[in-house]
Design a protein around this ligand. Structure first.
Ligand code: PEP
Ligand code: MG
Length: 880
């Protein structure tokens, strides 16, 4: 087979489309080389080799070696240096590169090919002894930790000793001789730790590094990252071997990491950081402070690349245009300038915040780089969550603690924790935590995920913390240099203030500010680019989007987010209000119908007012009102002493109250006396609710001149007869109210499909139904025989072990629950082609489930108000 693909070395065997085979980095290096950008020559060992490696006890295909030799020879020829040559040594970098980028997950080795002989060749060729010996020690250090697994502290110690001996505080003060001494110290230490010398043969070095990259694919942090991002282990990583170029050969050299647009805001400005006389890792390591690319973004004490290296900068600006036009997306690039000559080391579609993603999509559509449909497809629906999150109330009082870089927007508030493990442990208990670290590394991913926000004291806008937090949508303040973190003492302090672990702080990831205590937050603005993109999305979608809402506040939020009606008003939520729970309980306590009717009469005006509010807020839009669903026991207090108190308040006998509560208790309430079963045994309940709906509808019609069309929905129906009986109750009540009012309004009666039997017998049930709404929460529960309330105990394990691909209460189980939805649709529409179909379980706000609803041909989805924009966008993408 073909295992190795060359780029920039006389031929380009890869291209961007080959990312599955070559990994993202390798595919894009080949693509850049083939569109004429300056890329140092190299080659990519394919992801198939990685798979082969793991399938064959960590061995390589037989013909791999010959292919690597051949590709390496081609690089030697292009560069004019030879691998291992004492006079003119070729040095290479060895880097991982998976199909999708996994920032910081995999290992890299630079300056490979250096040994006791070639270091002198490098010294002679560059005319710079310090550079040569510094490069050699960097190589031993990287190779030592990545390939040989030696703790990096062992290397740091030797450098610290050298600095002490030289009376230096900075690495930069060390001379060639000092670095030579460090190299000797490193080699002795490697010999001591490993029991054998540091490998001197460049071929051994190369294969050691290749093995380490493949080996790193299965390391714990890569595994964690894959699990969090749903990346299959069998994708594998590629290995890229590339001729080294040096950004650390003097003042006319530099290296940088930048974005073709601002990844936080999306602004069309060349954005990023570079360092003069530095090697790639220095920029992200946070040891020296990187400088800005563009003069427009430079502060007085900073030196922009635009000013410091005008020629190389101008070339880079051209590259930026070429790349954006070629890839039609914002790029994240790495470059090196060696003696004023620019080299491109990487390009990929840049990670960005939701706000940036939105702005870039809308701007690029305006610039004609992409069309509107493409723009709609560019924004991940779930990322909108970030934009819809609250920000700090500008009016609220606050106590500034410190300030860092605005690394990832959004505000977050929580208690301080200092380790990723603790962040995870406390978040699992439901606490909001802020993870505070000097800097983060890939080992901290799980804690960053669990935290509401992240604060670091070191590192720039492209530091690990910043990149990962933006990707996850976590607010982050990075590089807050004024803050001192004391892990041992479990404190962070700044300007005389001290915050202890467990105390609350607030971060503003948009300004970089950190506050002591909790600062109140406000809702986000939904205009501008957001409104534009949403409008484009709305033009593309077929599915309607409604909200699950019952309070005026929820209904108003839903409207603001663009809901086109209410798909589920759970009336029981209206019963818990302190004003009415007394009447509800009185009704439950009554042993007679007369008693119940009296209590229900007290509830009627409240219910009528509820519906009046909803009809007003949702004027002109459909509203599905579900009649009472949960078992009555849910409305009684759960503790015995509270029961006595309630009895007293109701003037009831505490003993009788206890008896009644015991009567109502069920072993399995979710499968018990609930839904239409209640409506059938206590018809007066549904009658009161129907009366409230019709009276409110008539009142609305009279006062506004426009009658709402309520859709009355019966829950937990399993048989046609149940729906016939409850429908008849509703119709009788309609007649009565219409007669009293002397006018009529239109209405519909439908049912939830949330039991398997209802789905299977949907043809019969459709006859008395005007609409179906799939209650996929209960349907999932009953299809799996899996309690919604107890699944948390083992479901995560099921997902972790791959027994289930996803939590079926979050994303619809297409094979099982989905099959029933399709059956119900076929059967229902078979007898009633105009039957309206919707979904109102939690799945109505989940992009993958919405895709299913589109394919299944439903009419609308209904979800919680905050997810409405997510659903609108997901519905558009499903239709495109
Ligand atoms: C459902 O079961 O999917 C549903 C929407 O109803 P509830 O969650 O109130 O049971
Ligand atoms: Mg239900």
């Amino acid at each position: 087979g073909k295992w190795v693909y060359s780029f920039g070395a006389g031929r380009n065997e890869g291209k961007a489309e080959m990312r599955n085979l070559l990994g993202g980095k390798g595919a894009n290096l080949a693509e850049m080389a083939s569109i004429g950008l300056p890329v140092p020559p190299g080659f990519t060992i394919t992801t198939e080799v990685c798979t082969w490696f793991y399938d064959h006890g960590k061995k390589y295909p037989e013909d791999l070696r010959a292919q690597v030799d051949e590709a390496l020879a081609r690089v030697e020829e292009t560069v004019g240096n030879r691998f291992g040559d004492a006079k003119r040594p070729l040095l290479v970098s060895v880097r991982s590169g998976a199909r999708v980028s996994m920032p910081g997950m995999m290992d890299t080795v630079l300056n490979l090919g250096l040994n006791d002989q070639t270091v002198e060749g490098l010294e002679a060729a560059s005319g710079d002894s310090r550079f040569a010996w510094d490069s050699y020690r960097r190589f031993i250090q990287m190779y030592g930790s990545v390939v040989l697994g030696i703790d990096h502290h062992r290397f740091e110690e030797i450098i610290e000793d050298a600095k002490l001996a030289a009376n230096a505080t900075e690495d930069t003060a060390l001379t060639a001789r000092d670095w030579r001494g460090v190299v000797d110290g490193y080699k002795a230490m490697v010999q001591e730790v490993r029991g054998e010398p540091f490998p001197q043969d460049p071929q051994d070095q190369l294969w050691g590094a290749i093995g380490a990259v493949f080996g790193s694919w299965m390391n714990p942090r890569a595994n964690t990252y894959r699990r969090l991002h749903d990346i299959p282990a069998d994708w594998g990583t590629a290995v890229n071997v590339q001729a080294m170029v040096f950004g650390n050969m003097g003042e006319d050299c530099a290296t940088g990491v930048c974005f073709t647009r601002d990844p936080s805001t999306g602004e069309d400005i060349f954005y990023g950081e570079y360092l003069i006389n530095a090697q790639g890792e220095d920029v992200v390591a946070g040891i020296r402070t990187p400088q800005p690319m563009s003069e427009a973004r430079a502060k007085p004490d900073e030196r922009s690349m635009e000013k410091a290296m005008p020629a190389a900068y101008a070339e880079l600006v051209k590259v930026r245009e070429t790349l954006e036009r070629h890839y039609r997306d914002m790029q994240d690039i790495e470059f090196t300038v060696q003696q004023n000559k620019l080299y491109m080391l990487q390009t990929r579609n840049g990670k960005r915040t939701a706000a940036a993603s939105l702005k870039i999509a809308v701007d690029m559509a305006a610039e004609g780089l992409i069309d509107r449909k493409e723009a709609v497809n560019r924004v991940a629906p779930s990322s909108l969550d970030q934009l819809l999150h609250p920000m700090l109330d500008p009016e609220a009082p606050r106590k500034l603690f410190s300030k860092g870089l605005p690394a990832s927007p959004g505000a977050a508030c929580g208690v301080v924790v200092f380790s990723a493990d603790e962040a995870e442990a406390r978040a699992n208990k439901g606490e909001a935590v802020i993870l505070v670290r000097i800097e983060t590394s890939p080992e901290d991913i799980h804690g960053m995920h669990a935290a509401r926000g992240i604060l670091t004291t070191r590192g720039g806008m492209t530091s690990h913390a910043a990149v990962v937090a933006r990707g996850m949508g976590r607010p982050c303040v990075a590089g807050a240099g004024g803050v001192t973190v004391d892990y041992n003492g479990q404190t962070l302090s700044s300007g005389g203030q001290t915050v202890r672990a467990g105390e609350t702080i607030t971060l503003d990831g948009a300004s970089g500010e950190v506050f002591v205590g909790a600062v109140p937050m406000i809702e986000p603005k939904l205009s501008g680019d957001f409104a534009t993109l949403m409008e484009w999305a709305d033009q593309s979608r077929r599915l309607r989007v409604r909200a699950n809402a019952e309070t005026p506040l929820d209904a108003e939020t839903a409207r603001k987010f663009g809901a086109e009606g209410i798909g589920l008003c759970r009336t029981e939520h209206m019963f818990f209000d302190p004003d009415r729970i007394g009447a509800v309980r009185q009704m439950i306590m009554s042993e007679t119908e007369r008693g119940r009717r009296e209590a229900l009469a007290r509830l009627l005006p409240f219910q009528r007012k509820d519906f009046l509010d909803l009809f007003r807020i949702m004027a002109g839009l459909p509203i599905t009102i579900r009649l009472l669903d949960p078992p009555l026991h849910e409305f009684l207090p759960h503790r015995e002493e509270d029961l006595a108190e309630v009895a007293e308040a109701l003037g009831a006998d505490p003993a009788a109250m206890k008896r009644r509560a015991a009567d109502l208790a069920e072993a399995n309430p979710m499968l018990g006396h609930r839904g239409c079963r209640l409506g059938i045994s206590y018809p007066e309940i549904y009658e009161m609710q129907a009366r409230a709906i019709f009276e409110a509808a008539i009142e609305t019609a009279k006062s506004t001149g426009k009658a709402p069309v309520p859709e009355i929905m019966i829950p937990l129906v399993a048989t046609k007869r149940e729906l016939e009986i409850t429908r008849a109750q509703v119709e009788r009540m309609a007649k009565a109210v219409f007669a009293e009012a002397g006018m009529e309004v239109e209405y519909q009666v439908g049912t939830m499909i949330e039991l398997p039997r209802a789905a299977l017998c949907a043809d019969a049930i459709a006859e008395p139904a005007d609409f179906f709404s799939f209650g996929t929460n209960d349907l999932t529960q009953t299809v799996f025989g899996l309690s919604r309330d107890d699944a948390g105990k083992f479901l995560p394990l099921y997902v972790e072990q791959g027994i289930l691909p996803k939590d079926p209460f979050v994303s619809i189980d297409i094979d099982g629950v989905g099959a029933l939805v399709r059956i119900a649709k076929e059967k229902g529409r078979g007898v009633k082609p105009e039957l309206k179909l919707g979904i109102c379980g939690e799945h109505g706000g989940d992009p993958a489930s919405i895709q299913f609803c589109e394919e299944a041909g439903l009419d609308y989805v209904s979800c919680s108000p905050y997810r409405v924009p997510v659903a609108r966008l997901a519905a558009a993408q499903a239709a495109l």
